[in-house]
Design a binder for this molecule. Structure first.
Ligand code: ADP
Ligand code: ZN
Ligand code: ZN
Length: 742
């Protein structure tokens, strides 16, 4: 006999209050978690709709006391039925409990105080503002100047953006209010039908390429075709303009739009373009919002008060009544994958949500993920290209410096002679530079400074990581070897782990150019929420000559005065033992190059590398995505990596090393002895790349198969096996097609 846990009301605080029902025989095998059911409820046995969140074969009370499910109910197109179906799909495809999955998709339930929605309105004339701006610039009141500049071009600005994205404090706003520059307008007046900035809404005529995309997509849309499109276009080619028009078209057809943008790329300029178009019918979800504010956003979406929501990954779960389109900008970003269980990917989840709601999906990127491009070439996605830069700014000139040659010439500094020369020139001209250190490789890959040789695993074609005591370890298969003292390829003794941090680079710069003004951005300097914006703001107002940083600096804001970008060691990220290393390197280098020459002055990008011939380096220098993709997909095919094959990482977290390893070995053995074991391969188990964090030991093994569904079956079997074990403190997590190797 089967029993089902059923909830009647889908909301976070009711999740734990499920009711058990008997599953009638005719429904056994048909009913799965996530389905809608009809049940007799309460003393009068009223027929109500409920949702099955779990199944089991044990009754919690005497079975004869349990009522029976009446039948399976039809799923409706919007609202809670969609949420539960999506949660069930997430649970099934990424591995988690139904409760965890529901907690992911359901809006936070929290009592909120009445929210005050405020707007800042310009009250002074532009001339007055200009003189105030001059004064604050002289006094180096950077935040004040930022707000004044914004007020010069915008008559009204939402308060939350001024304090949030513009990073202007409430005191500064009040002081400008006292000075007569602005006034703060609250709630009711903001809700009036006058759209924010409506007078500034400009309908520029679309380029031929842009117009064709809109025509094609809407022609299909109006025929009822729903699918996923990939929009491949370099930065500045007009993608955002296309997003705005697509959203507009879908809204005018009476449906709503979700726009996903990674938080780090969500700039004020981009938001303004949506604000200008949709006024107070657009809302933004970001991490600076409180739980109450997020809840309020969801309510507004549910009640039809907004048409468009913009935000990072979690904005996908905005409960619109009639979703028509999901746009996903920078779809290649790793932040679209959740780092905690369930480890869902927003791209695949968006496609599922679109299927459930009858929406289309548009993915955009300058450097599409290998997954998305693969799907496009397989005909699964429609594909469009935007090839022209509309900003007018010229693409930077790219120069490659071979660091092996530098060493031969006796230069052991991290700055090549060419880079030093250009840095000196920019300092002289008063122009700005950005130096980018790809720190992902910090984890200790070992390479030869003389010939570029990288220590690799003979079985996996990924690089080995250096560990204490001169051991080299492969984190895929557990292969170990001793670190050599001379390069196996050329015999040089300069075979070393790479160890230079952003801080050392900043210090070296100051030695090289006394008096140079630098700013540094890395994980250490961006511990608070605002520090990221603060550093970028300071650099934008030219408080430094050089910004030194990790991958964080290659995204987001435009700096027109930057005419030099230096990539200090392009191949660092190639050394990471990870099948995505090539893809990540290509993306980072392409983005870094794109940072130079956004203004009127043409820019130069200098790429320093030990492996100028590596395809990820060479194709990013040539700015040739297709060329890169051709080689990358070949590598994935040969190695059997996603998207050609699929990978399931099974991670075991344990406070006792031996117990964790034993569990991992038990589970891996369980998988290996399945009757269908020829349809997949098991790698490991071994210690994870970072074997211990906070005294928790991590073991991992990988299952590789050409069918994703096969991996889902393996995961289900592992869950069953785990449930049969005596309770343990060890935690097991699943990660499908992981972004990083643990
Ligand atoms: P992307 O999102 O690809 O970086 P944007 O949509 O931001 O590109 O466009 C880059 C710049 O070109 C923006 O300043 C935008 O206002 C401008 N732009 C976009 N489309 C057009 C167009 N059809 N005509 C003129 N300017 C345009
Ligand atoms: Zn290996
Ligand atoms: Zn060598």
């Amino acid at each position: 006999m089967q029993f089902a846990d059923v909830i009647v009301d889908i909301s976070l605080d009711k999740l734990d209050k499920s009711f058990q029902y008997k599953v009638p025989e005719r429904l056994e095998g048909q009913l799965t978690p996530g389905m809608c059911v009809m049940i007799p409820f309460g003393t009068g046995n009223r027929q109500v709709k409920g949702y099955c969140i779990g199944l089991g074969d044990e009754a919690k009370v005497a079975p004869e006391k349990l009522k029976e499910i009446s039948g399976i109910a039809m799923r409706e197109a919007g609202g809670e039925d969609v949420s539960i179906a999506l949660a069930a799909w997430i649970r099934e495809n990424y591995g988690s409990t139904m409760i965890q999955a529901l907690k992911t998709v359901l809006p936070m339930r929290k009592s909120v105080q009445k929210l005050l929605r405020r707007t800042i309105e310009r009250t002074a004339s532009r001339e007055e503002l200009l003189s105030m701006l001059g004064e604050s610039q002289r006094k180096r009141q950077v935040a004040k100047a930022r707000l004044l500049e914004e007020l010069l071009s915008e008559e009204r600005i939402p308060y939350e953006w001024v304090t949030g994205k513009l990073n202007v404090s409430a005191q500064t706003i009040t002081s400008l209010e006292r000075a007569g520059a602005l006034r703060i307008v609250s709630a009711e007046s903001f809700r009036n039908p006058v759209k924010f900035g409506e007078e500034k809404r400009d309908d520029k005529s679309l380029s031929t390429e842009q117009a064709k995309i809109l025509d094609d997509i809407f022609a299909e849309y109006d025929q009822g075709v729903r699918k996923t499109y990939l929009l491949h276009g370099i930065t500045g080619s007009g993608k955002t303009e296309v997003y705005v028009r697509l959203a507009d078209g879908v809204v005018s057809r009476g449906r709503q739009v979700i726009v996903l943008i990674p938080e780090i790329a969500l700039t004020y300029q981009t938001l303004l373009r949506f604000y200008r178009h949709f006024g107070d019918r657009v809302s933004v979800m970001n991490s600076t919002l409180s739980a109450g504010e997020k809840y309020d956003q969801c309510q507004r979406a549910k009640n039809g008060e907004i048409d468009v929501i913009i935000g990072p990954r979690s904005a996908l779960f905005t409960p619109f009544p009639n979703l028509g389109l999901i746009i996903m900008d920078e779809e290649h970003e790793a932040s679209y994958k959740s780092e905690s269980s369930p480890k869902y990917h927003a791209r695949e989840t968006a496609e599922k949500l679109a299927e459930l709601t009858g929406a289309s999906v548009v993915l955009g990127s300058a450097t599409p993920s290998v997954e998305a491009y693969y799907n496009a070439t397989q005909g699964k996605y429609g594909m469009f290209r935007l090839t022209q830069r509309l900003t007018g700014g010229m693409l930077p000139k790219v120069e490659v410096v071979d660091l092996r040659e530098e060493l031969k010439a006796g230069n052991r500094s991290i700055f090549s002679r060419r880079l030093q020369e250009l840095l000196a020139d920019r300092l002289e001209k008063g122009q700005q530079s950005m130096l980018f250190l790809n720190r992902r490789g910090y984890a200790g890959f070992v390479s030869c400074r003389s010939c570029g040789y990288v220590m690799k695993c003979p079985h996996c074609d990924v690089s080995l990581s250096e560990h204490y005591g001169g051991k080299m370890i492969c984190h895929y298969c557990g292969y170990r070897t001793q670190k050599p003292t001379v390069c196996p390829s050329c015999g040089s003794k300069y075979i070393l782990g790479f160890k230079a941090g952003t801080q050392q680079i900043e210090e070296k710069l100051k030695e090289l150019f006394p008096g140079i003004r630098t700013l540094r951005m890395d994980r250490d300097t961006t511990t608070t929420k605002d520090s990221y914006e603060q550093i970028l703001g300071a650099f934008a107002s030219q408080e430094a000559d050089v910004l030194v940083g990790t991958q964080m600096i290659v995204k987001g804001h435009d700096f027109p005065n930057v005419t030099l970008v230096g990539v200090l060691a392009a191949d660092l990220s190639l050394g990471v033992s990870d099948y995505r290393a090539g893809e990540r390197t290509f993306q980072l280098l392409t983005q870094a190059v794109g940072r130079a020459g956004r203004g009127a002055e043409p820019g130069v990008a200098v790429i320093q590398t030990y492996q100028p011939e590596h395809y990820a380096v060479a194709h990013s220098v040539a700015q040739d995505y297709e060329g890169f993709y051709e080689e990358e997909i070949l590598y994935r095919q040969l190695g059997g990596y996603p998207p050609v094959m699929h990978l399931l990482a099974v991670q075991v977290f344990a406070t006792e090393e031996a117990s964790g390893r034993k569990l991992a070995e038990f589970l891996a053995a369980d998988v290996k002895k399945r009757p269908d074991h020829e349809e997949f391969a098991v790698l490991g188990p071994g210690a994870a790349q970072i074997g211990k964090v906070n005294d928790v030991y991590r073991s991992v093994f990988y299952v590789k198969a050409s069918s994703y569904q096969k991996l889902v079956e393996v995961k289900d079997a592992l869950e069953t096996a785990l449930a049969a074990l005596p309770p343990t403190k060890n935690i097991v997590q699943f990660d499908f097609d992981p972004m990083n190797f643990l």
